[in-house]
Design a protein around this ligand. Structure first.
Ligand code: FAD
Length: 429
């Protein structure tokens, strides 16, 4: 009996509603490969695919500690955001670069989903960035200002026009960016993993314990070892467990819940469009399969295992947030509540490029990484093969985070900022 690494009690709702996958193929024994990609989230999937396309004769190994879709790429809210988001910290030039990258990332995912007919509730509905209170309208105006300055398309919605989309007058106003795609992220990741080029070998439930830079680099896995020409680390914040980037990135955890499908009566009671997605202080979605998603808050920890007490507390908070917006859903239950880890940096810069002999990395998207990770993974593969391009220049210009302060200063600082944000936004949850 193999040890069970993928604990379904901690799975995301997106993953839990998918059919059970075939048993995992684990890496054992000693292997020799040209390339190893560690981490099969959107970044690693894109990197391995691109290596496979560019080097069809090479042996490429993609490993993940869990099942594909079980990690944060399948734990998020499912918005493939193709505009700069949470980027008021950046100047205009950086926002233009982000815009080029995320558009390319969405374009790439769109092409793959259509080519391989990946079923993931793909819905090009757009993305509503919304505020509840008029005291936060300045935030929305800042978002609109950035979009104006970089000539990105958007609509300003308020009052009945907004309620017609989301079925509630709870929100004061929203910026609608029309090209964002909503989907089931675990289904997308799984579909991408199942459609790799023929020379990419996928090993799941294969934790990497150590990476030794060199030529070749040595990779120690739980049940085997690999000697590889080059290693690409696409492990999100977990990179620090492999002793890389400890002073550059840190983990944050965010939690979400998914409801059971709405009954016919509940659907009739909800007006608005059949699916939509709102981000703001809380993220809310109505999905194509008629479920409600709610996400709120962040925690300073890098562990996505929730205690039962914490899960119950989060579920109650998420339910309260949903009922506040949709009183007609007073009988709705949340079936799944989970946590996911994202990779933060001090100044919102990401990590991209060579770390050491034979070791490359792309990570640190600060909470908005589906489009960004998808394009960065592809570009990392091209960069590691000596490629140059405008998009590589963009991603390089946005990377190189400043050093973090040591603990306990870092923890105190992050917790203080989280507490301050929670207090400032207490009316919007
Ligand atoms: C609740 C939540 C909501 C979010 N919503 C959105 C959203 O709507 N839109 C958006 O764009 N972004 C969103 N994000 C952020 C987004 O999910 C991440 O930025 C993105 O998943 C990062 O992708 P990645 O491939 O870099 O990392 P991951 O998806 O974390 O992939 C890294 C993989 O590496 C594996 N791994 C790590 N260490 C090892 C090891 N030692 N050995 C083997 N494998 C290892 C992990 O198992 C994992 O599968 C959200 C995040 C959270 C937590």
């Amino acid at each position: 009996m193999q040890r069970q690494l993928t604990d379904m009690r901690q799975a995301s709702g997106w993953y839990a509603i998918l059919p059970e996958p075939a048993p995992a193929n684990r890496l054992t024994g000693h292997q020799v490969a040209d390339w190893v990609v560690v981490g099969a989230g959107v970044t690693g999937l894109a990197a391995a695919r691109r290596l496979g396309e560019l080097q069809p004769q090479a042996r490429i190994i993609l490993v993940d500690e869990f099942r594909i879709g079980y990690g944060t790429s399948g734990r998020n809210a499912g918005f493939i955001i193709d505009t700069p988001h949470l980027t008021e910290h950046f100047g205009l030039e950086a926002n233009r670069r982000i815009s080029r990258l995320v558009r390319a990332g969405l374009g790439e995912l769109e092409r793959l989903v259509h080519t391989h007919q990946i079923e993931c509730e793909w819905s090009p509905r757009g993305h509503l960035s919304a505020v509840v209170g008029s005291n936060r309208l300045h935030k929305l105006k800042a978002t609109a200002g950035i979009l104006d300055a970089i000539d990105d398309e958007y609509d300003w919605l308020e009052g009945d026009a907004l309620a017609e989309v989301v079925g509630t007058h709870h929100y004061c106003a929203a910026v609608l960016t029309p090209r964002t795609v909503l989907m089931n992220p675990a289904a997308l990741a799984r579909g991408l993993g199942q459609t790799m080029p023929g020379n990419v070998e996928v090993y799941e439930e294969t934790p990497v314990l150590r990476v030794e830079p060199g030529s070749p680099a040595q990779i120690e896995c739980a049940e085997g070892t690999i000697s590889a020409g080059n290693v690409l680390l696409t492990t999100n914040a977990f990179v620090t467990r492999l002793d890389f980037l400890k002073r550059n990135v840190f983990a944050m955890t965010a939690c979400a819940s998914l409801s059971r499908p709405l009954t016919e009566d509940e659907q009739a009671a909800m007006s608005g469009a059949p699916d939509w997605g709102i981000t703001g202080v809380a993220t809310v979605r109505r999905t194509l399969s008629n479920r409600m998603l709610f996400r709120h808050g962040g925690h300073y920890t890098g562990d996505f295992a929730l205690s039962e007490a914490m899960r119950a507390e989060l579920q109650a908070t998420h339910m309260k947030g949903l009922r506040k917006r949709f009183p007609m859903l007073d009988k709705l239950d949340l079936e799944h509540t989970w946590a996911g880890v994202f990779c933060m940096t001090r100044d919102w810069e990401s990590v991209f490029g060579r770390l050491d002999r034979g070791v490359y990395a792309s990570l640190g998207y600060c909470g908005v990484g589906i489009a960004r990770g998808s394009i960065s993974g592809k570009l990392l593969a091209e960069f590691a093969l000596g490629g140059e391009s405008g998009l590589i220049a963009d991603v390089q210009a946005l990377s190189g985070p400043r050093h973090l302060p040591p603990e306990p200063v870092l923890g105190l600082g992050v917790r203080a900022r989280l507490a301050w944000y929670k207090w400032q936004t207490r009316a919007e949850g």
